[in-house]
Design a protein around this ligand. Structure first.
Ligand code: OKP
Ligand code: ZN
Length: 322
């Protein structure tokens, strides 16, 4: 397995977020993916590539110019150690108060896109599994706004990369992060060129609350190409594996040329943010089940907020997936 990783992700250090009116520590920390990288290397996954820089035109395949310019200008306007948190009065292009912006945020978000596109470009006949070990994550970012620690939607940009190069006429995105990927759903809601399937905590209870219900199935030509599988709090492998089997059946029937897995380890029982009860070994079963699809796969890192849980889950997952 090839891994793409940018050591400069550590320069992205959001410190706080506002949760129910109170400042709390922001859990989207560099240690999250440092722990994964170290554990994978220790277990023999040491084929690590540095990212290449891609033109901004790839970002614009997904994101509005108005949003990209707003983010850029916001970053440029901040002092090096300043952190800006959206005020929800309607003039910011950010939909929550958990996604701080600093002087470096634009570069961090663009670098995550570069890591993901480099990983996408490494996927070929010979290499059928590549892992974009990135942060900040992407699946909450919509065409026109940031939110949920996400600025650019890495997985969505990769999907557009495959489609625009004619490498694929159908891409499936399997979103296994604990949270519903409202951004990815939104971006591809009206197309049949991308099948979006997500397993996540019930949005009646968990972030992002506004989307992720079973009734959201796509629109127009996209009708039937958006599948949400919400699960109750504390769901364990018994419940989770049923949803996963259904998700994999849908993906198999769609017959995609490429599979993108938006992978979050915040489904782990020891995760401080998510609300499921998966154990280390369950990630081995998850990797094994996905490997049976035999579809070229790009794995893109999303959430997961306990570095130790991330590390052990990642080793189990990739050992079974390869
Ligand atoms: C990102 B990812 C809002 C508090 C909610 C946001 C959680 C984002 C999860 N003030 N916190 O999907 O892992
Ligand atoms: Zn998440």
């Amino acid at each position: 397995m090839k891994i793409v990783y940018d050591p400069k992700h550590v320069l992205h250090r959001p410190t706080k977020e506002i949760d129910r009116g109170k400042f709390i520590e922001n859990p989207e920390k560099p240690e999250r993916i440092e722990a994964i990288k170290d554990a994978l290397i220790m277990n023999g996954f040491d084929n690590i590539h540095s990212p290449n820089s891609f033109p901004m035109s790839y970002v614009y395949l997904v994101h509005d110019e108005r949003y990209v310019k707003w983010l850029k200008n916001k970053c440029v306007s901040l002092e090096p150690d300043e952190e800006y948190i959206t005020e929800l009065f309607g003039y910011d292009l950010c939909f929550d108060t958990g996604t701080p912006i600093s002087n470096w945020t634009f570069d961090a978000a663009k670098r995550a896109v570069d890591v993901t596109l480099t990983a996408a470009s490494l996927l070929s006949g010979r290499t059928n599994l590549v892992y974009a070990l990135v942060r900040p994550p992407g699946h909450h970012a919509t065409r026109g706004a940031c939110g949920g620690y996400c600025y650019f939607n890495n997985a969505a940009v990769a999907a557009m990369y495959f489609l625009s190069r004619g490498n694929a006429d159908g891409v499936a995105i399997l979103d296994l992060d604990f949270h519903h990927g409202n951004g990815t759903q939104d971006i591809f809601y009206e197309t049949d060129e991308v099948l979006y399937v997500s397993i996540h905590g019930d949005p009646d209870i968990f972030y992002p609350w506004v989307s992720g219900r079973e009734s959201e199935t796509g629109q127009g030509p996209g009708e039937g190409f958006n599948i949400n599988l919400p699960l109750p709090p504390k769901s364990d492998w018994r419940k989770y594996s049923e949803a996963l089997e259904q998700a994999l059946r849908e993906i198999r029937n769609y017959y995609p040329d490429v599979l993108i897995v938006s992978l979050g380890f915040d489904t782990h029982a020891d995760d401080p943010v998510g609300g499921f009860s998966l154990k280390d070994d369950d990630y081995g079963l998850m990797g094994k089940a996905i490997s049976k699809l035999k579809i070229p796969t790009l794995v893109v890192q999303e959430g997961g907020y306990n570095p130790r849980a991330n590390a052990s889950a990642a080793v189990k997952f990739f050992s079974a997936l390869v």
